[in-house]
Design a protein around this ligand. Sequence first.
Ligand SMILES: Nc1nc2c(ncn2[C@@H]2O[C@H](COP(=O)(O)OP(=O)(O)O)[C@@H](O)[C@H]2O)c(=O)[nH]1
Ligand SMILES: [Mg+2]
Ligand SMILES: [Zn+2]
Length: 348
Amino acid sequence: MGEAFPRPALVLRCLGGFAYIQLEDGRRAVARPLGRLRRQGRLVVGDRVQVIPVTMQGRDEQGQSGGTEEAIAGLPPASTAHAWPGEAPDWSRVEYAICEVEPRQHQLERPLVANIDQVLLVHPLPLDEAGAKWIDRLTVIAQQREVRPVITLSKADLATPAETSRWAKLYAEAGFPVAVTSVRSGQGAAELYQLLKGHITALAGPSGAGKTSLVNWLIPGLHLPTGELSRRTGRGRQTTREAQLLPLPGGSGWIADTPGFGALPVPIIDPYELARYFPEFGAAGSCPYPGCLHVREPACTVRAAVASGRVASVRYQHYLELLGQAQERWAHRFTHPRSSRNKEDGDA
Ligand SMILES: Nc1nc2c(ncn2[C@@H]2O[C@H](COP(=O)(O)OP(=O)(O)O)[C@@H](O)[C@H]2O)c(=O)[nH]1
Ligand SMILES: [Mg+2]
Ligand SMILES: [Zn+2]
């Protein structure tokens, strides 16, 4: 009996029109989209695809292949030569043709990855006001895209324990999963692994936050280049070039190290929906005034929770700021239909 095709695969890397894929049985190989797919647009890391061996490609291009087929004799041997980690795909050895791309559940432009279900926001300690603002904005953007935000406060060895636990507590109480890590001291490895296990996670965070260091730390044997901070600017150097999906140990999920982009485009958000992305506001209870924006409406439950300290005032202040931006964008959404990139995000 031959094997049934087409069969599903996951795109791990893309390079010059080729894709490095993993089949369901764990084998990895180089694949190339069929001509009609190439004309429809580019493949993205994280795409779920259907593949056939290149030896069957001719028939499919003529449109005679539909559904399941038996592989023909003389199938190239499985590419077990690509052992992880440190594998270097042989891009000249194309074994599969991609005949279909499944509809994407999610797509992030920055980083360019499809079908991720969570984004790990990595920000180094000590965290300042601007850093907290960045985290708050990114948690909103992720949730609006139905991607779960999880937070890692990295470089804990550079901050005092009191400072660190203050921020960790603040985000945990706001309703987000948080890990505090240091690749120097080893703190937080198990917590981080728990957050990532079973998920396809994209990393986001300013350049130099320690994202690649975390990935190297999580995946034994992996030695992706990390950037030393530039003496002159004090910022990280851009060392991560292309997105790729890397397997977590134990076959328990995937992580995409990314080209170090600080953020995604700022989306257009209905001002009345913004509060929904602040989970602790909802937990505080509902407001008597219908459509309460929690600004100056009477008997507002959220403002009462801020006053009593149940909702952190930093978070509330950032909410008000984002609300102002959302109202501005919303008012002009038809004149400026494309979301603009926020200057603060552009570190790469
Ligand atoms: N002190 C300290 N430095 C770290 C830690 N993690 C990473 N770094 C350093 O921060 C710099 C940037 O790290 P990198 O992983 O390239 O950051 P990326 O740009 O976010 O991928 C490098 O010099 C790392 O050695 C950490 O936990 N503690
Ligand atoms: Mg990096
Ligand atoms: Zn309210």
